[in-house]
Design a protein around this ligand. Structure first.
Ligand SMILES: [Cu+2]
Length: 301
């Protein structure tokens, strides 16, 4: 069957480019709670480079983005409650950038921005577990930088109390421009101002590697929503047996069919796949982006 994205490209008069899945980095490489927390709290330093670059996003498309290099793609960092965390941001780009990490109790003045060539750094203990959003802080145009991809997730695992599970992380966000004849998406001011993404996507990409687990194995998803809009997270074919608002196990709801994750917020949730099959993780309010790959295939086999 013709992929809907290919159909769209043909209807729009765009050239159909070959998929570039081989250009996308491996997607599921979380260390997880047990390996990250270890025996005792530790000091961690995360060094990020802020810059602008063209990023392949799959299905033959690429995007002109602002990114945090050094944090993975998508930008994904792991710490454990009680750790002392230092962020160092080097602005290696062509404009001012900053870094706002939602896991901290700290004056926002620390978040910058700094001008090109500059560096900012701050250190704090992370006291609360959660799935935390981090993003550029660039004053009045912060929204433009967030919607240009300068976003990431910091998972702060609880030190104790979680059950062993297959863990993954998902970061929801959007691309705010229509592709040019070469498949390149440039952010468009009008779409940014209207909160109107051309595509919403998980992990900044339109193609996803399947996540393989065994039937009945516990799966834990750390989820952050860059926005716009609240994400209505659902896994087709099963029910979320525990849903932790903000990713903090203190905030537990049980047996939730669809969980809400606000823009600028996070969650963690646990589920099981009851029998062999593929169970897509989706935003139930944005199923219109399924043809663009907005589904994480959870596979029981
Ligand atoms: Cu920025």
């Amino acid at each position: 069957m013709m992929k809907p994205i290919v159909l769209f490209a043909l209807l729009a008069g765009l050239p159909v480019l070959p998929a570039h899945a081989d250009e996308l980095p491996a997607e599921w490489n979380l260390a997880g709670q047990a390996a990250t927390c270890g025996a005792r709290p530790t000091a961690r330093t995360f060094t990020l480079m802020a810059r602008e670059k063209i990023v392949p996003i799959g299905m033959g498309f690429s995007a002109d983005q602002m990114v945090y290099e050094g944090a993975g793609a998508p930008a994904l960092l792991e710490a454990c409650a009680g750790d002392t965390v230092t962020f160092i941001l080097h602005d290696t780009g062509k404009m001012a950038h900053g870094l706002d990490v939602h896991a901290f109790f700290i004056s926002p003045e620390h978040f910058g921005p700094v001008n090109e060539g500059g560096t900012l750094t701050y250190t704090r203990k992370v006291t609360l577990p959660g799935a935390f959003f981090f993003h550029c802080a660039s004053g009045p145009i912060t929204d433009v930088h967030i919607k240009s991809g300068m976003v990431g997730a910091l998972i702060v695992y609880p030190r104790e109390g979680l059950r062993p599970a297959k863990e993954i992380a998902v970061l929801q966000g959007g691309f705010f421009g229509e592709p040019d004849p070469h498949g390149l998406i440039e952010p468009e001011t009008n779409r940014i101002m209207r909160n109107d993404p051309f595509i919403l996507a998980f992990n900044g990409r339109l193609e996803h590697d399947p996540v393989h687990v065994q039937p009945h194995q516990l799966v834990r998803v750390w989820f952050v929503n860059a926005g716009p809009g609240t994400s209505s997270v659902h896994v087709i074919g099963t029910i979320l047996e525990r849903f932790y608002a903000s990713g903090n196990p203190e905030n537990v709801e049980r047996d939730v069919q669809t969980g809400l994750v606000p823009a600028g917020g996070g969650a963690a949730f646990e589920l099981r796949l009851p029998e062999p099959g593929t169970y897509p993780l989706v935003d139930h309010d944005n199923l219109r982006f399924l043809p663009f790959g907005m589904a994480i295939p959870l596979v029981a086999d």
